[in-house]
Ligand binder design. Sequence first.
Ligand code: IPD
Ligand code: CA
Ligand code: CA
Length: 262
Amino acid sequence: MTNKITSYLDLAKRLAREAGMYALAEQKKVLQIERKTNQFDLVTNVDKRNEEFIQSEVAKIYPDHEYLGEEGASTKTTSGIRWIVDPIDGTINFAHGLPIWCVSIGVEVNGEIECGAIYDATRDELFSGIRGGGAFLNDTPIQVSKITDPGLSLYVTGFAYDIAKNEGKAMERFEAFLKRGLLVRRLGSAALDLCYVACGRFDGFFENDLSPWDSAAGKIILQEAGGKLTQYDGSEYSIYKKGIIASNSLQHEMMTEIVNSV
Ligand code: IPD
Ligand code: CA
Ligand code: CA
């Protein structure tokens, strides 16, 4: 863990917190909501403002770094350092007034996510992780659960916006868990799903179709908390590929078997 990475994490934490607090205040007002790719895929004025805010704050301090954000902001440089940002993860929940959404900021250095921060303003919970330095919830170290018995476990999944057109066996996978008598939730924020596995609230998470900004920060937070992430086929997880299995490590094999049973 270098001083540079620590500085990136400090900035990510500050910006996630500031953007989250702004969003929480705005959620109580009338939001401007637009549709993106289809009727379910929404964007609000707050997603857009947070994207601009985070990008411009990063650029002020690190003008040579790259930026990749969900709402279209993207810059390319030769620095090898990329800020990967979801200005609001859980936009549907946010737009409907539900308290399950967050701001997610991950920092990738030469292709590896080195640190990340995820802030849930509704609960004042700041999750963070830094390679080799641990994972934290509001500065208290966190760890994945030690539960091995699926019957005592709680899992979470998510569904892509284009599920009606491109279902990709998401429902069959959901059903496969339920038919084995296992408990599965769907919260609507993949970044929080990963944090909740990291701190032991859930024992595992799986989803067909994530984008880099959904899992960039959550990846390092979960790894540092002792969790395991792979693609569906068991290969090393990349935020740029589809299909994630994330677990407390102990149940990874069992989850992989169920996900691939359909
Ligand atoms: C979505 C959420 C949701 C997941 C979707 C994501 P957004 O992100 O993380 O939980 O199931 O796949 O697209 O659109 O709210 O930022
Ligand atoms: Ca997202
Ligand atoms: Ca988003």
